[in-house]
Design a protein around this ligand. Sequence first.
Ligand code: AMP
Ligand code: ZN
Ligand code: FE
Ligand code: FE
Length: 283
Amino acid sequence: MLGPIDLHTHSSVSDGTETPSQLVRAAVTAGLGAIAITDHDSTAGWTEAFGAASGTGLTVVPGMELSTQVGWRSVHLLAYLFDPENSGLVTETARIRESRLRRAEHIVERISADYDLTWDDVLAQSGEGSTLGRPHIADALVARGHVPNRSAAFESILHPRAGYFEPHYAPDPLKAVELVVAAGGVPVLAHPGTRGRDAVIPEDRLAVLVRAGLFGLEIDHRENTTSGRTRLTELAAKFDLATTGSSDYHGDGKPNRLAENSTAPEVYERLIARGTGSRPYTG
Ligand code: AMP
Ligand code: ZN
Ligand code: FE
Ligand code: FE
């Protein structure tokens, strides 16, 4: 592997601003060795990403970022190299996407009582069949001129405290890990040390996930706090978990740049060896 390895990126199949082809081209231009395409609750970008990588030398690792929750808190699980046709995962992700859609409609309904915003505005910001989320509502609010950019929307109108928010359905992290493992995939907890999320995975809960087949923790991620990283590093050593680093690139949707954090080649090799449901594609 010649360039950096970035195992967490989003395309317009979820809430990234670039199509899978544009994402792959951006990775090639940035000199990356491998990226994982990890759209929220969807594998719909895999085929296009593989096609775009053809002839470039870039490796594309098929993946997804699964939405899960513990109580009202959202927990993200990265999943790699699973079988995209596994019925358990297909059913669960369809259920999550459907709930995301209804939830987005409700949020827009509430916002539209106070701001000039329609459901069509939101649809205009999302690709056909893409996993809908607050980022698309944010983009619609930007297009209407209510906020200057996506991040500002998250800090104001879309913030849970603003009163328009509602959660969507998501499985427990244990169920998600079990589904990924059953589909031949490799599960890694995404940014588990962000502000406010530190309390979500206490040691005993993590132990349960490890027993179910959790492979690693995404420690080098810009949203993990310094104290969070320290704690995660201790936990990774204690449970013999792999540690990854990645950008969580969303195109122009977030300030995160490709390969601003990356994963060590040894960890990457172990991850590739562990997955049995699908293979990485080297173009
Ligand atoms: P949702 O899952 O619909 O509640 O929306 C939260 C998601 O928005 C998270 O996965 C974030 O990664 C994503 N997101 C994308 N762009 C931004 C941004 N500029 N600020 C905050 N979150 C963002
Ligand atoms: Zn996202
Ligand atoms: Fe995430
Ligand atoms: Fe992400």
